[in-house]
Design a binder for this molecule. Sequence first.
Ligand code: DQA
Length: 318
Amino acid sequence: MRLNKNVVFIGFMGCGKTTFGKKISRRLKCQFIDTDKYIENNSGMSISDIFASKGEAYFRSLETDVCRELSDKSGYVISTGGGIIKSEENMRLLKKNSVIVYLKATPEHIFRNIGNDNDRPLLRGGDKMEKITKLMNERIPVYESLADITVYVAGDTVSHVTEKILKSLEEILMRKICVIHGPNLNFTGIREKGIYGTRTLDDINNRIKDEAQKMGFEIDIFQSNYEGAIIDKLQKCYYDNVDGIIINPGAYTHYSYAIHDAIASVQIPTIEVHLSNIHKRDEFRHKSVTAPACVGQMCGFGENGYILAMSALKMMFK
Ligand code: DQA
């Protein structure tokens, strides 16, 4: 999944934001940032020292700076401090470009995790369990109002919770696939029916859309008879953070080095598809100059080739 947003973990201190943030960042192959660590590294002070010497308001302003910086970026998995939601501005910035994952826990779970931790400035002095419960009651409605995904962490294993988070993220951040049909494919169903079949391109595209939905892909389908338009579309895939491309370059397959170069440039896994088996046909069709820029080629399976290519992408993304 090429993240075009950030994934932000929120929840009460000790609920596992850093643990799960790190795990999810590894699985999504994204960079991980812990806002508390980030602030400590930038300021050269521990969170406890910042609270003690400069006060909570100052610490929250540092959090706002981090939120602002990260809200202009994407592709990060971020774990936040439990109180980051105390500022309206932080909430606005966090919401701007992120999927927010709220890790929901019980006071007992939190107490078990951090009951012996004396580095938590807001829990110092008095009965810890009471403090946790009171603070949680104040914050839970805010966490809930911000969350795109809520996952219960209490009484569940780390690996099970990780899978639940990934599944929810996959649903929200669906992989984007682009199918590009080249010249004359708009004439499928009309042209050489013995070779290309009787189904129209609309019929084929409807089937592609149905199967894409079943596989959980967001799909964009494009057709052009112009080489430059196909190149523009390939380049747009780059800017749109498309995760996979399926292309039938039509006759351009056999001579368009420009399309080869465009596929190579965008660095997006691309599968070449041909309705017919090009190796069984005229000699000039045996060579594909575009295939070397692709991860693979599917040819001779008619419209099923597009569906097979989508399954191949699905397997590659696992
Ligand atoms: C094709 C094969 C090409 O050789 C031909 O020029 C096409 C269609 C196919 O899908 O089989 O237009 O790409």
